[in-house]
Each structure stands twice: as structure tokens, then as C-alpha cells.
Design a protein around this ligand. Structure first.
Ligand SMILES: Nc1ncnc2c1ncn2[C@@H]1O[C@H](COP(=O)(O)OP(=O)(O)O)[C@@H](O)[C@H]1O
Ligand SMILES: CC(=O)N[C@@H](CCC(=O)OP(=O)(O)O)C(=O)O
Length: 256
């Protein structure tokens, strides 16, 4: 599951209780989280400007310091605390711990700075944590062979973890009820979309901003064992158990 920064602060206790119930019923869950708004807030307090290029944060050394502090520190620990308060067993870690997320600089590192692409995931470590009965909560910081850390978009990191583990389903929890499209002047949630629909909607501007890394990550992890990616709203009651048990919620992205 990917939990977006857009929704994290507002997630009610019921959301974390739902995760605990899933954990107790034997559904193994892994969380990769974002925290873009919290990073912006801390950068603002430090008088460091937030700059984005195609939805990715331009990350110089000073920004990287703040990104790691906020994601691997404040946000990661907040999620673990909330899970524990609601009875779930959780363990927080960053993608640099145990070389969980191996990264390399993005192609346009000249413009973006220390922003990474994923090259591999230490799935044995994640599986080991799950076997101990803990839910891994992962901050999207990557590390390369030389020990350099990178800021990775959380949707990209979640997609890589989903592929690396070969999970059945990735659920992207955000602040909208799915991919929306305006039909006859009315905004509607699309129950499912294909890769072709996505490309068309990006080209027409109907999918923009923070939705772009989500659908790109979805398309690149939908192979092998990963059969579906769901985009859902964290504010919907029981959204996770409904997504896992009933379906018919949010937008499903299907292979091909
Ligand atoms: N077609 C679309 N349908 C729904 N939301 C969209 C669409 N295109 C762009 N968006 C935007 O994507 C946002 C979610 O991305 P983002 O703000 O990055 O969230 P998160 O922090 O959860 O990753 C929505 O709030 C909405 O503004
Ligand atoms: C490279 C890059 O853009 N990294 C993101 C990582 C956090 C993130 O993706 O958070 P959301 O899911 O809340 O957007 C950033 O610095 O904001």
C-alpha cells in the first residue's frame, strides 16, 4: 500500500484499525509512505524554497537532509505510532536501512539533483519482517552502492516494492476517490482504466500533477505477479478491507 502525504494527517483511527483487522485475518500488508506536504512545510520554516519539475522535487544537499529528516523521522514514526495505538504490530524503516531500496540517480539528475530511480528491492528483508508478524512501514529514501542516499517519489518506491515482492495488488491511498474524468460537465470516478486510457488522459491533460507518478508507477509494476493497482480515497470508511474483500471501490488499473 502507498499512503500519500495528501491524506496522511487526516487518516482517522478507523483506517489504522482496518489495517489491524486485515493483519489479524492474515492479510499481509506493507506500507510505503509519502509526505510531500510535510516536507514543504519544514523547508518553508527553514526558508528553503520547494521546487518541482514534472512532479518531482528538485533535491539539492540541503533539501535532501530535510527530506530524510521528515520522511524517515517524523512521518515514518507517526505512522508506526498510529498503527501501534490501534493495536497493529508495525516496524518503521527507511529504504536505506538494510539497503532496502537500491537506487541510482535519475536520468536528468543534472536538473533534479539527488533524486533516485529504484534499481532493486531487498524483498528478503521485508518478507523477514512480515514473518515476525510486523507490518513494515517504509520511507522512500534509496541508497546506491557507494552509500549515496536519494529522494525517491513515494509512488515510484511503492511500485518497486510491489514488483519486488510480487504482491497480488498495490493499493494507492490518496485524497481523491480514484482517477476522475469530466463527462457531460460532471466529474466522475472511472471504475477501471487501461494503459491506453491513461496515456490518452495524460496527453489531454485530464491526468496531471501528482496523479502522473501514480499511474506511471502502476503501469511499470503491473507485470509478473502484480495483477491490479487500485487508487482509493483514504477518507472512505473501511476503504482497505472493502478494496481487498469486495472490490468495486476507487479506480482499478488493469494490465495491458
Ligand atoms: N484525473 C485525475 N483524477 C483525480 N485526481 C487527479 C487527476 N489528475 C490529477 N489529479 C490530482 O492528483 C492529486 C493526488 O496526487 P498528490 O496530491 O500527489 O497526492 P499524494 O500525496 O496522495 O501522492 C489529486 O488531489 C488531484 O489534484
Ligand atoms: C523525488 C520526490 O519528489 N520525492 C518526494 C517524496 C515524498 C512523496 O512522494 O510524497 P507524496 O506521496 O506525499 O507526494 C518529495 O520530495 O516530495
Amino acid at each position: 500500500m502507498k499512503c500519500g502525504g495528501s491524506t496522511l494527517a487526516a487518516l482517522p483511527d478507523a483506517f489504522f484499525q482496518d489495517i489491524r483487522e486485515l493483519q489479524e485475518s492474515g492479510v499481509e500488508t506493507v506500507i510505503v509512505h509519502g509526505g510531500g506536504p510535510a516536507i514543504n512545510e519544514t523547508l518553508g520554516k527553514l526558508n528553503i524554497e520547494s521546487k518541482f519539475l514534472n512532479g518531482l522535487r528538485v533535491t539539492d544537499e540541503a533539501t535532501l537532509e530535510v527530506v530524510e529528516m521528515v520522511l524517515a523521522g517524523r512521518i515514518n514514526k507517526e505512522i508506526v505510532r498510529k498503527l501501534q495505538q490501534n493495536g497493529a504490530k508495525a516496524l518503521g524503516l527507511s529504504g536505506t536501512d538494510g539497503r532496502l531500496i537500491e537506487a541510482q540517480p535519475v536520468e536528468n539528475a543534472g536538473e533534479l539533483g539527488f533524486v533516485g530511480d529504484t534499481v532493486g528491492v531487498n524483498s528478503e528483508l521485508i518478507e523477514g519482517i512480515l514473518k515476525l508478524g510486523y507490518l513494515p512501514v517504509i520511507a522512500p529514501i534509496g541508497i546506491d552502492k557507494q552509500g549515496q542516499r536519494y529522494n525517491i517519489n513515494a509512488d515510484t518506491a511503492a511500485g518497486a516494492v510491489a514488483s519486488g515482492l510480487g504482491v497480488e495488488r498495490m493499493i494507492v491511498v490518496t485524497d481523491v476517490p480514484g482517477i476522475m474524468r469530466t463527462v457531460d460537465g460532471e466529474k466522475k470516478v472511472l471504475p477501471q482504466v487501461t494503459f491506453a486510457d491513461i496515456e490518452e488522459m495524460i496527453a489531454s491533460g485530464e491526468i496531471y500533477g501528482g496523479m502522473i507518478p501514480k499511474v506511471r508507477a502502476a503501469m511499470s509494476c503491473l507485470h509478473g505477479d502484480v495483477k491490479e493497482v487500485l487508487i482509493v480515497d483514504g477518507a472512505t470508511p473501511k476503504v482497505l478491507s472493502r478494496a481487498v474483500r469486495e472490490g468495486g471501490i476507487g479506480t482499478r488499473i488493469l494490465r495491458g
